[in-house]
Structures are given as structure tokens and as C-alpha cells.
Design a protein around this ligand. Structure first.
Ligand code: ADP
Length: 190
């Protein structure tokens, strides 16, 4: 069982690379953003709560997000490994994840960070907004807010894993294939 956290700012390419890793290694992909968006589509109570934060570029509160993650995670007792994408995004979420996994005798093998320069992120997100239908990608002020939240609340999560000797960074700039190859190398080394 290999549990991996794919990390990086909004627009780093986590979703794109997750699709590749799932196909190649058979991970169960848990993306909190995707789960929130699917709830919004189905007009659930959770969806409407999440939307009120997401549309402003803010984080959904930890208590809601952690409960959701735990319940999704528990649906896959036979998983050979999980790929966590967009979670953990705060120090409290990182601690909660360690706790959830430890209770099941598991742990995170590595956090892999996709590093992308800031100017490139803005361009990518605005470009994605033209086709993704995501309101949070269409508005430059919301994009700026998401990047600010990333710096203030999410970037420190990297240090949490660094302290455990589990953080590895790769460049998120280049072709999808070259980044996928770099990810594959890291995964094969752990
Ligand atoms: P991106 O990384 O491109 O911003 P995501 O799909 O990961 O896209 O997240 C979209 C939004 O969903 C975030 O801006 C936030 O509002 C909410 N969200 C996703 N994951 C979390 C999380 N772990 N904790 C709190 N909010 C989250």
C-alpha cells in the first residue's frame, strides 16, 4: 500500500497528472475539489456550503473537509493505495490525515510537489477558465485569492512532510509527458 499526496498551487497540474498516475499505478484518486464540485452539481447541502467558499477562492472549513475525506477514504477498504489531490491543504488536515491512516495501520509514503512559477499559474488558470466552466477559474480576483490562500495556509503543509523526510519536489513546467515521467521516477524510488 502506497499512499501519496500530490501537492502544488492551484494550476500546478495536479488533476492532469493524477489521471496519469491512476492509470499507471491503480491508485484510488481522492480529490476534495472534485468531490465538492460533484456535490455542487447534485445540489447537495454539502455542495451549497462548499460553493459559498469556493466561489470566493477560500478554503472550505477543516471540519467539513476532514469529515468528507474520511468518509470517502473509508469507501475503499481494498485500495492498493490512495492518491490524495488537493488534500491536505492545512496543517490541521495533514494531522487529521496521519491520524486517519494510523488508525488503519497505514501512513503517507511521500508528498510530491509540482513546482510552477507564479506568473505561469495565473495564465494557466485563466486559460482553463475559458473551457472548464469553473467560476473560480474565470475571475482574476478569485484566482489571486486562491494563490494567496495557498501561500498563507497550504504552503506550510510542505514543511509538515519535510519534517518527516517525505517531501519531494519536481518541476511542473514542461510537457505533460515529461512531468509524468518525472513523477513515475519518484514513485518508483519510494
Ligand atoms: P485548485 O487546486 O485548482 O484550486 P481544487 O479542485 O483542488 O482546485 O480546489 C478548488 C476549491 O475547492 C478550493 O479553492 C477550495 O475552495 C476547495 N477545496 C478543495 N480542497 C480543499 C481542502 N482540502 N480544504 C479546503 N477547501 C478545499
Amino acid at each position: 500500500m502506497k499512499n501519496i499526496v500530490l501537492f502544488g498551487p492551484p494550476g500546478a497540474g495536479k488533476g492532469t497528472q493524477s489521471a496519469f498516475l491512476v492509470k499507471k499505478f491503480g491508485f484510488v484518486h481522492l480529490s476534495t475539489g472534485d468531490i465538492f464540485r460533484s456535490n455542487i452539481k447534485q445540489s447537495t447541502e454539502l455542495g451549497s456550503l462548499a460553493k459559498s467558499y469556493m466561489d470566493q477562492g477560500k478554503l472550505v472549513p477543516d471540519s467539513v473537509t476532514i469529515d468528507l475525506l474520511k468518509s470517502e477514504w473509508s469507501k475503499y477498504p481494498e485500495a492498493i493505495g490512495f492518491l490524495f489531490d488537493g488534500f491536505p491543504r492545512t496543517h490541521a488536515q495533514a494531522e487529521a490525515l496521519d491520524h486517519i491512516l494510523a488508525e488503519a495501520g497505514q501512513s503517507i509514503a511521500a508528498m510530491i510537489g509540482l513546482e510552477v512559477p507564479e506568473a505561469e499559474l495565473q495564465t494557466r488558470l485563466l486559460e482553463r477558465g475559458k473551457t472548464s466552466g469553473r467560476p473560480d477559474d474565470a475571475n482574476p480576483a478569485v484566482i489571486a485569492q486562491r494563490i494567496a490562500v495557498y501561500h498563507n495556509e497550504t504552503a506550510p503543509v510542505q514543511r509538515y512532510y519535510e519534517a518527516q523526510g517525505k517531501y519531494q519536489a519536481i518541476s511542473g513546467v514542461g510537457s505533460i509527458e515529461s512531468i509524468a515521467a518525472a513523477l513515475e521516477n519518484v514513485l518508483q524510488s519510494i
